[in-house]
Design a protein around this ligand. Structure first.
Ligand code: COA
Ligand code: AMP
Length: 630
């Protein structure tokens, strides 16, 4: 069937469509219906079914004869190791870990924070939680102790599972002191921690609280899968919003299984047994959906890659991994390709590898610029599919449904809405805009299975962030347009979220950190365009009256403060002291104009500006740090 027919099928009978897709999942009790709308505008899917995620991702494949198939390939150019785990081995390892967690009191509904680098144990820890019905919350390794503490405070984990260290090129990331620091900062204390000791660094354990990963499994009974309700939370994943407090995106179990399984064939075009690789990190939604759950639920082989597109050891690493492991579909962020292109513009290194196994490249996480897409297409000789989605949705909203029908690519557009998503472009008053006109991108409710039903402990914030602006719709936070063929074009965020190297960051969170500096009276953080990372944060600070310490010393302290509080992932390296910030007469900081000055794009002087001369001061400040194009 062609894409249009599938989409129309869904439109004609959404519930029938999703009940049909649910048949691909092994339920302990089949749900009586797909959509539960009694609490609209909050919706749930498959709420009265009973099911276990780990069973569907692991055990069922073993029971059906895939036990010897490789489930996980760990490829770490950083440690120079490669290692494969079959589905049968994965089942035993996960059942053992789950048994040990249960012996320590972890049960259905308990929260467990996972803070681990790109090693198979990270995926095993996620699956062990799923096996017990425990709710995991994975925290990206590039976040600092404070960010970890904020998450501990919010989701109140009974346990934390961490590794002794992570490995960045040329630098060991000492996880254990970060975990200790976070627990100290948080008022909630987990009952225990499990630490996976890596060869590269053995962490000291706190007696009575910390347990060694292997030691604590000794002598415990492996755990069976615990069936949970379709609307039982599978996980919480925190993502950046407009303020310093991250949003805890909740994922319900049933819809997550059905939607991810559907996407593997219909979007990523892989069949069970094929190797699928998403070069991301388990700390992000891409890692949850397409390193851990999606490929495993669908019976694929997934790759856990601990390395970078360049420098580990060179810009040919991606080609090596693809050809060596026979990757069929490959997913990464455009930044990774920009990095490779910068190092090896003629792609000389690809000539060393047989890439005939690869069928397509999928890009997401940030805007894919046409140059990068064209370069990737030329050097790899496969279609490049941009696709657009968010932590909140958990799977693609708009993409090229290559497994149904590969639609013509329009470079710069992530293509068309997937079944389940009625994507519309709205004006400020919520009316649909004609084709070709720019507006807010919204999705008509209900969102499909697999998307967020609410925010953890924050239902009011869920309404405020996503549902209140356009009643009856989910507000995506992105602006864009649809063309006459129904292709979507994503233009910009409508809030203060920026995207740095495919990592979603909050300028508001950075401003909160800067404002806490004792010498800072006022500040603004903006995202400026960057050729490699898409955007980079730049901070402007105004000093408290009477402070006359050297400005560059204060700027350095500001940079350190953000790194210490939010983490290296913020990539916050540019801070500058200014006398004043441009504001409207009512006191609103004109951040959008500051971005335009930095990027050299045209802007209209707002009639409400308090003092236009300040814009020249901002331009000079940006020029001082090499960041004003205009
Ligand atoms: N744990 C600890 N620190 C981490 C980390 C992790 N998992 N991931 C990144 N960091 C650190 C980096 O070491 C770097 O630290 P530094 O300031 O000491 O150099 C900092 O966070 C910023 O990282 P990043 O923005 O990723 O830049 P980079 O210079 O290390 O690498 C690229 C540049 C282009 C190679 C890299 O950004 C990349 O691979 N991007 C792909 C994007 C991607 O996969 N995104 C996932 C979303 S789909
Ligand atoms: P995250 O929740 O980290 O996946 O970030 C989601 C946000 O990243 C989206 O709301 C967009 O702003 C941006 N984004 C993701 N994919 C794309 C894409 N293909 N094109 C443009 N922006 C994207």
């Amino acid at each position: 069937m062609a894409y249009k027919a599938v989409y129309e099928n869904w439109q004609a009978d959404p519930e029938g469509f999703w009940m049909e897709q649910a048949k691909a999942i092994d339920w302990d009790r089949m749900p009586s219906k797909a959509l539960f709308d009694d609490n609209a505008p909050l919706y749930e899917w498959y709420a009265d079914g009973l099911v276990n995620t780990c069973y569907n991702a692991v055990d069922r494949h073993v029971e059906r004869g895939r036990g010897d198939q490789v489930a996980i390939i760990h490829d770490s150019p950083i440690t120079h190791t490669k290692h494969e785990i079959t589905y049968a081995e994965l089942r035993d390892r996960v059942a053992s870990l789950a048994g040990a967690l249960r012996a320590k009191g972890i049960e259905k509904g308990d929260r467990v924070i996972i803070y681990m680098p790109m090693i198979p144990e990270a995926v095993e820890a996620m699956l062990a939680c799923a096996r017990l019905g425990a709710i995991h919350s994975v925290v990206f390794g590039g976040f600092a102790a404070h960010e970890l503490a904020v998450r501990i405070e919010d989701c109140k984990p009974k346990a934390i599972i961490a590794a002794s260290c992570g490995l960045e090129p040329g630098r060991v990331v000492h996880y254990k002191p970060l975990v200790d620091g976070a627990i100290e900062q948080a008022s909630h204390k987990p009952e225990f921690c499990v630490i996976f000791q890596r060869e590269q660094e053995v962490a000291s354990l706190t007696p009575g609280r910390d347990h060694d990963w292997h030691g604590f499994q000794y002598g415990t009974t492996p755990a069976d899968c615990v069936p949970v309700e379709g609307n039982h939370p599978a996980y919480i994943l925190y993502t950046s919003g407009t303020t310093g407090a991250p949003k805890g995106v909740v994922r319900h179990t049933g819809g997550h299984l059905v939607a991810l399984n559907w996407s593997m064939k219909n979007i990523y075009n892989v069949d069970p047994g094929d190797v699928f690789w998403a070069a991301s990190d388990v700390g992000w939604v891409v890692g949850h959906s397409y390193i851990c759950y999606g490929p495993l639920i669908h019976g694929n082989t997934t790759i856990v890659f601990e390395g970078k597109p360049v420098g580990t050891p060179d810009a040919g690493t991606f080609w090596r991994v693809i050809s060596e492991h026979n990757v069929r579909s490959f997913f990464t962020a455009p930044t990774a390709f920009r990095a490779i292109k910068r190092e090896d513009p003629k792609a000389e290194l690809i000539k060393n590898y047989d890439m005939s196994c690869l069928r397509a490249l999928y890009l997401a996480g940030e805007r894919a610029d046409p140059d990068t897409i064209e370069w990737a297409q030329d050097v790899m000789g496969v279609p490049v599919y941009d696709h657009w989605w968010q932590t909140e949705t958990g799977w693609p909203i708009v993409g090229n449904p290559a497994g149904i029908e590969a639609l013509p690519v329009k470079i710069g557009s992530p293509t068309v809405a997937m079944p389940g998503y009625d994507v519309q472009i709205l004006d400020d008053s919520g009316h649909e805009m004609p084709a070709g006109e720019l507006g807010a991108i919204a999705i008509k409710l209900p969102l499909p299975p697999g998307t967020l039903p609410t925010l953890w402990n924050a239902e009011a914030r869920f309404h405020k962030s996503y549902l209140n602006t356009f009643p009856g719709y989910y507000e995506t936070g992105d602006a864009g347009m649809k063309d006459k063929d129904g292709y979507l074009w994503i233009m910009a965020r409508t809030d203060d979220v920026i995207n740095v190297a495919g990592h979603r960051l909050s300028t508001g969170a950075m401003e909160e950190v800067l404002a806490a500096h004792p010498d800072v009276a006022e500040c603004a953080v903006i995202g400026v365009s960057d050729e490699l990372k898409g955007q980079l944060p730049v901070g402007f600070v105004c000093l408290t009256k009477g402070v006359n310490r050297p400005h560059d010393e204060i700027a350095r302290e500001c940079v350190k403060l953000v790194r210490d509080q939010i983490g290296p992932v913020a990539a916050f390296k540019l801070a500058v002291v200014v006398d004043r910030l441009p504001k409207t007469r009512s006191g609103k900081i004109l951040r959008a104009i500051m971005v335009k000055i930095a990027d050299g794009t045209e802007y209209k002087m707002p009639a409400t500006i308090d003092d236009p001369a300040i814009l020249d001061e901002i331009r000079e400040a940006l020029q001082g740090i090499g960041y004003a194009k205009g």
